[in-house]
Ligand binder design. Structure first.
Ligand code: 2AM
Ligand code: CA
Length: 262
């Protein structure tokens, strides 16, 4: 598998930040026993990972704009290109010593995501995709699952956290999906959930209230693995409304219909 120079830069940034997060994750496990817990420590780890990634990306392409979860939007001389970075997706898992989290880095060109990296440093699973070049887990080419009926499918979602809008809507959607699908799961990282759909580990995924950094790399990953991604109205407006539904063509359509009738 040949990676472009720019994808190599993204991989290098993810691996470097991943080494820091792995160290910090070990420390978080020790901090669980304290009454206050590792909250402040995790925020610092998150910011440090973002700094590491942003500085490597900036060095490689100084003019590109950036959208960073922690630091927000940074304008660049080259407004045609933008990095979209979530340095730690699945923060709540990380905070609770649960190894389901990742770094997500995407590159957008003229409003289209053209490259993406999702890296879980604990499992050392590196998901990469480039537009038109396919999606990979380490060196293995990925393909979304081929199941044709929602009744056979393992469907992933995101359960809204306390304080987030839409608890009752989610419960209705969940009820509908539970009635048809083989099973449902919620993993707590939108980016990694999408990477898992690309890898065929989940047949489908839906969630709303998401930000571009949660989904930018993941949506390219699913598409490059032959899958479909849309918002709840079957449009390509996921960055605007934060909704996402994905799966193979048939399962995407069935899941969309199921959650819309809730
Ligand atoms: P985060 O870990 O970067 O915050 C899980 O449903 C998804 O929602 C994750 O991708 C997570 O990204 C995002 N999310 C945003 N705010 C959250 C919060 N307060 N608690 C849990 N997940 C949150
Ligand atoms: Ca996130």
């Amino acid at each position: 598998m040949a990676r472009s120079a720019i994808l190599n830069v993204m991989v290098e940034a993810a691996l470097k930040a991943g080494r820091g997060l792995t160290r910090d994750f070990g420390e978080v496990e020790n901090l669980q026993v304290s009454v206050k817990g590792p909250g402040d420590f995790v925020s610092a780890a998150d910011r440090q990972a973002e700094k590491t990634i942003a500085s490597l990306l900036r060095k490689a392409r100084p003019g590109y704009a950036m959208l960073l979860e922690e630091s927000g939007a940074i304008k660049g001389e080259d407004s045609q290109h933008r990095w979209i970075v979530d340095p730690l997706d699945g923060t709540t898992n990380f905070l609770h010593s649960n190894p389901f989290f990742c770094i997500s880095i995407a590159l957008e060109s003229q409003g289209i995501v053209v490259a993406g990296v999702i890296y879980n440093p604990v499992t050392d699973e590196l998901f990469t995709a480039e537009r038109g070049q396919g999606a990979f887990l380490n060196d293995r080419r990925l393909r979304v699952s081929g199941r044709r009926n929602l009744t056979d499918c393992l469907v992933c979602t995101g359960i809204p956290h306390r304080g987030k809008k839409g608890h009752s809507t989610f419960m209705l959607q969940q009820q509908e999906v539970m009635n048809v699908a083989a099973g449902t799961r919620a993993m707590g990282s939108a980016a990694l959930s999408l990477a898992y759909v690309a890898a065929g580990r989940y047949d489908a995924y839906w969630e709303d209230g998401l930000s571009p950094w949660d989904v930018a790399a993941g949506l390219l990953m699913v598409r490059e693995a032959g899958g479909y991604v849309s918002d709840y109205s079957d449009r390509d407006k996921m960055f605007d409304n934060g909704e996402i539904v994905s799966g193979n063509d048939r399962i995407h359509a069935s899941l969309l219909k199921t959650i819309r009738q809730s």
